[in-house]
Design a protein around this ligand. Structure first.
Ligand code: CYC
Length: 169
């Protein structure tokens, strides 16, 4: 599992280089967004249940057939599995935001996920939609809390979306 600092050091160490201007810029950008990363993590933690529940509600409003017989979220067991998955994505995104690195997502969330989803018939497009709804909710809450530059919040949510669907969004 890596963060911005450890992954950068590891890259430079492999080739025996001193930190150069590009390294400094990368570190600078991580540290200047650092306080905001922690703030966003706190916002998510305090609102996690609401965010995943509300995002699920919006997703099912947009794609109601998921909940009908034959839909992948039909039956309370699968409905609950869906909300649980949304909660996983949200929680691991928080870790990746604080780390400034998506390694944790690859390692703990995404390995084998597409295959699992395919074998269970879990549809990818609505999953991505759910993740994107959560992203927008988090960005709105961050903006409400006075964070002006919220673009860094996209990173883990878009990374999961890309990896799970293998299409660029
Ligand atoms: C199932 N989601 C699963 C399963 C896994 C995950 C492993 C199969 C085993 C199980 O049912 O628990 C995902 N497990 C994870 C992840 C981690 C993990 C990400 C890393 C922490 O340990 N269905 C929909 C929606 C979508 C959905 C679009 C919600 C956004 O229609 C999700 N995932 C969904 C559903 C199932 C599932 C319904 C149950 C499918 C079934 O058993 O038929």
């Amino acid at each position: 599992m890596r963060d911005t600092v450890t992954s950068l050091i590891s890259n430079y160490d492999t080739t025996g280089r001193y930190l150069d201007r590009a390294a400094m810029e990368s570190l600078q950008s991580y540290f200047t967004t650092g306080a905001d990363r922690v703030k966003v993590a706190a916002i998510i933690s305090a609102n996690a249940a609401e965010i995943s529940r509300e995002a699920g509600k919006r997703l099912f409003e947009e794609v109601p057939e998921l909940l009908r017989p034959g839909g992948n979220a039909y039956t309370t067991r699968r409905y609950a599995a869906c909300l649980r998955d949304m909660d996983y994505y949200l929680r691991y995104s928080t870790y990746a935001l604080v780390a400034g690195n998506n390694d944790v997502l690859m390692e703990r969330v995404l390995q084998g996920l597409r295959e699992t989803y395919n074998s269970l018939g879990v549809p990818i497009a609505p999953t991505v939609k759910g993740i994107q709804i959560m992203k927008e909710m988090v960005k709105d809450k961050a903006a409400e809390a006075g964070i002006t530059e919220t673009a860094f919040i996209d990173q883990p949510f878009d990374f999961i979306s890309r990896e799970v669907s293998e299409v660029s969004i």
